[in-house]
Each structure stands twice: as C-alpha cells, then as structure tokens.
Design a protein around this ligand. Structure first.
Ligand SMILES: [Zn+2]
Length: 530
C-alpha cells in the first residue's frame, strides 16, 4: 500500500503524468483587514441563517474573529438608549440600512481543476478564492481535492491561519476505486487501509464516485469508525450495482448532483434504458441520457416515490443537488451568454467551456431542442423530489461545482440559490440551506453557519436585502430601471465579506479579478473571448 505521501494523490499523479499540472497555489494574502481585537457592526438588520426572519436594529460585537455579543438596540429605524449599546470597537462598520447574514457554505466546490490546462494557461487559485469571497462564500467543501490531497491541505491550513485571502476549506479526498478514472483500490482491506492513511494525513472526509459494492460497504463502515464524513457522485459505471438508497443504508453522508436518485426511484426497471449505441466515454451520450433518468423512474406521489422519500428521511440523509452546474443543459444559450463572462471568466476557462477545445463537460457538438426539453422535464421531477424532501424535514445543502459547463466560480453558487427558489424553497429556506444546513453537513455547526455568540465571525454585510432577490448577489448586480433618472442601473447587494473577523471589501476583490481576467486575455490573444 502507498506511503502517506502518496495516499490521496492518485488522481493528480495520473493527471501530472499526462502533462496536466495542479493549479497555482495561493501563498500570500494581499487583501482584507483584521482580525481586530474588537470589531463592532452597528444597527444591522440581521438574518441569522437558522430560518429566523430578519430583525433590526442589532449591534454585533466581534472580538479576535469571534462573535461575542449581539444586542438588539432599539426599534426598527430608531435606536433607543444609546448608552446601552456596546462600547466602541477598534474598527466599526455602520450597518444602518444594511443587512447582515452568515457567510455562505459551498458544499461542493473545486479550486479549479488540472483539466483547465488543456485550454490555456490556468487561472491561479487566487482567482477562484476571490470570486468565492466576492459572492459571499466563506466555507468550501473541496469535493475530491482535484489538485491532490496534500495541495488542498496546504491551502486549507493557510486559509485557517488567514495567510491567504480564501474561504475556510474542508478537504474530501478522492477515493480511487472506479474503473473509468483511477483505480488503485481492489479489495475491502485495501480500502480500509487507505482510509486510515488519508485520515492520518489530515483529510476531513471522502469523495466517492462509487466502487464495487463490497469495497464501498467496507469503506463506508471504516469512514464511520474513523469519523470521516462522506459524499458520493454515483457514477454511471457504478450505479447499477448500488444506487443512492443502497449507499445511504451503508452510511453515506450526502448524495452529490442527481446521480443515483433517479435509479433509487426505478420501479419498472432496475437499469436505465439507454440507446444501444450509448458510450459513457462520449460525454454527449452521458449527458443526453442523464436527462431522461427521472422520466424512467417512479412518479411524484406514487407509492414507490413515497417509500423512497420516507427511507431517506429516516436515514437522516442529505442531498447536495448542485442544480446550477447542469443549468446549461436546459438552455444552453442563456448560460453561455450570461452577463458576467466578459469581465469575469478567465481566458482559458472560457476556452475550456467550448465544444471544440473543452474536456469534461463540453458536450455541445449536437445539443438540440430535444436535449433541452428532456432536461427541463428532468429538472421538474428532480426539483419536486428535493423540495418535498425539504418540506418533510430533510436536509438539502447548496453546492456549485463551478469550473465546468459555462459555470464560473461564485456566479454558479448564486445561481444555485436561484434554482433552490425555483424548486419551491422560500428565500429564508434557501438562506438556511446555504448557511446552517451546510455547516451541519460538514460538522461545523458549532463554528459557522449562523450568527450566534461564540461562532467564528463569518458574516456578510449587504447594501440590499438578499431575500428580496438573490440576483442582487451576483458580482454584476441585478438590472433595475430608475424612473426618475431614466437610467438602467445594476445594484449589487454584497459590500463586505467577513471571514474569521477579516473584513474584505468586495469592490476591491472584484477589481482584482477583472484585472486577472484582462491580463489572461492579453497574454493569450489566440484564445476565444466571450
Ligand atoms: Zn464536483
């Protein structure tokens, strides 16, 4: 079995061997002020992330990066008893007329991927981190550590020490037991040994793509014994042997994306009916037929649908749908022409998205009306399941999986909030999914995910109420027409992202990103531009 230095590096080693390097790490922090001995946010309307409705005016005291007091200091729009307010801080933010929420948790993110190197000079990690922070993401679960476990642990630890301008990171190592990508684990005993080694190396959890059943079952048992959390993308090459209900029974923590759920709901078949010339290696087939899974499954309200729902609820299971990453499948032009690509999508990332040059997720060679209609129907059924699961007490978390399929970092995360609302979540339910529920999935609910005394100061200061329109959270803002000035404006909600008491100016982060993107275009004039 591999030495500690090698476990968790199986996939990056393979990519390196084929000429694909890891993303350039962040090493220094050039933005953000603090943490301050005493930071005071005054007069805010607080939306605390637990599902509680907004309340104002509230003063929040943060000492050395931690929330130490929250005082309601009057009545809405009117402060009373000035003498009862917390004493001055070394730094203060006037939050009158502003909204404060917890920082967001992206439960499915990647700090780029070595695949992007196929399409030109890769964006550095700083580009990804600044886009996340500028969209309010203060915690990210790196699902699979695509740049390698050691790389991710380095960035996680630097972020924890505030040496880099980045969200808190949680590292889920890639479990190498699938035929179609990398397979070094061939027996249950090897799986257990590998898991003990990655745990010792410092992983927080495991990203599965499926495995032979005996290996998967042993691995999930070992995860439980070691206290390693788990999530699974039930890849098509493994799902006929175990769908999500099977792995949930074996102790899996969360299902990623949609894979495995439709198969759990099958009642008139046990394997999806593909066209005979289906080839998983051809991504057009993979994604065209993925748009038909739910149609082939038990329909809403049926006995099977209810029985599957009940069992997931009893198991305390979690869904991380990442609706946004497949959004292009139901309307390619919309996603491809999004307002932000021009200023915020890095040159090689844009090139990567294109059908001619892209790798994973660039299956646009013959995407048709029929494909889009399939996916629209697929979303309706999938969203109905996820919304009903939430209504019946189940946990649903927000993940973006950006960096593929025309979804650029940060923007893809905000799109996920829009899509949960489309699925039927109220804005407060969306916010809860994006904050405290994500923290619970990651085991960080004592540390972040809500605005409560004792927790890390992971806070967002908004100029506009995000519950009124999540589109206001995009770096490009939301389009508004002012009847008075006869001008179209693009107001943006997020003013400051506070991570562990360090205050980031969102305007500054976005200016940095625009500069990086412009430089990427200047350096590679041969690449296509949005
Ligand atoms: Zn992913």
């Amino acid at each position: 079995m591999a030495a500690l230095g090698e476990v968790g590096e199986e996939r990056i080693r393979k990519l390196n061997a084929s000429g694909l390097p890891a993303v350039e790490k962040a090493t220094t922090r050039d933005r953000g002020i603090g943490p301050f001995p005493r930071l005071v946010l005054r007069g805010a309307t607080v939306i605390d992330g637990t599902g509680a409705p907004p309340i104002s005016p509230v003063d929040i005291v943060v000492e050395n990066g931690r929330i130490t007091a929250m005082d309601k200091v009057g009545l809405p729009k009117r402060v009373v008893r000035d003498e009862l307010r917390p004493k001055p801080g070394d730094h203060e933010i006037d939050c009158r007329g502003k909204w404060v929420t917890p920082g967001f948790i992206d439960c499915h993110g990647h700090v780029g991927t070595p695949y992007h190197h196929m399409s030109g000079p890769m964006a550095p990690a700083d580009y990804v981190y600044k886009l996340w922070l500028a969209h309010g993401v203060t915690t990210v679960r790196e699902m699979g550590c695509l740049n390698g476990l050691a790389w991710t642990l380095d960035q996680r630890d630097r972020a924890a020490r505030s040496e880099i301008a980045a969200p808190r990171m949680v590292a889920y190592a890639y479990f190498p037991a699938v035929n179609d990508m990398v397979k070094t684990i061939h027996t249950p005993a090897q799986a257990r040994e590998w898991l003990r080694a990655v745990k010792e190396k410092g992983a927080d959890g495991i990203k599965f793509f499926g495995a032979p059943p005996a290996i998967m079952q042993a691995a999930l048992d070992e995860c439980r014994q070691l206290g390693l959390r788990s999530g699974c993308h039930h890849a098509q090459q493994a799902v006929s042997r175990m769908n999500t209900l099977t792995t949930a029974r074996w102790g899996l923590g969360s299902q990623e994306h949609y894979y495995g759920l439709g198969e759990s709901l099958f009642e008139n078949r046990v394997i999806q009916d593909y066209t005979p010339d289906y080839d998983y290696g051809d991504e057009y087939f993979r994604f065209a037929f993925a748009g038909q899974t739910f149609r082939q499954a038990a329909q809403p309200g049926s006995a099977k649908w209810n029985a599957v729902m009940e069992e997931f609820l009893e198991l305390g299971f979690t869904f991380v749908p990442t609706f946004s990453i497949y959004d292009a499948n139901r309307d390619l032009m919309r996603t491809r022409r999004a307002d932000w690509h021009r200023d915020y999508t890095y040159a090689s990332l844009w090139n990567y998205y294109q059908p001619a040059s892209g790798g994973h997720g660039s299956y646009w060679h013959r995407w048709s009306v029929g494909n889009e209609v399939d996916w629209k129907q697929n979303y309706r059924l999938w969203m109905q399941f996820i919304n009903e699961f939430k209504n019946r007490g189940g946990r649903v978390c927000t993940g973006s999986d950006s960096g593929f399929i025309f979804q650029t970092f940060g923007f893809g995360y905000i799109r996920e909030l829009e899509l949960l609302q489309e699925a039927g979540f109220t804005p407060l339910e969306v916010l809860r999914a994006a904050t405290i529920q994500g923290a619970e999935l990651l085991g960080l609910e004592q540390e972040t995910g809500s605005i409560e005394i004792g927790k890390s100061a992971d806070l967002l200061v908004h100029d506009q109420n995000p519950l009124s329109d999540f589109k206001l959270l995009y770096a490009t803002g939301a389009m508004r027409y002012d009847e008075g000035t006869k001008k179209t404006e693009w107001p943006r909600a997020l003013r400051h992202t506070i991570r562990g008491g360090i205050v980031y100016d969102v305007d500054q982060l976005l200016a940095d990103v625009r500069e990086m993107v412009a430089a990427s275009r200047a350096a590679s004039p041969e690449l296509p531009v949005p």
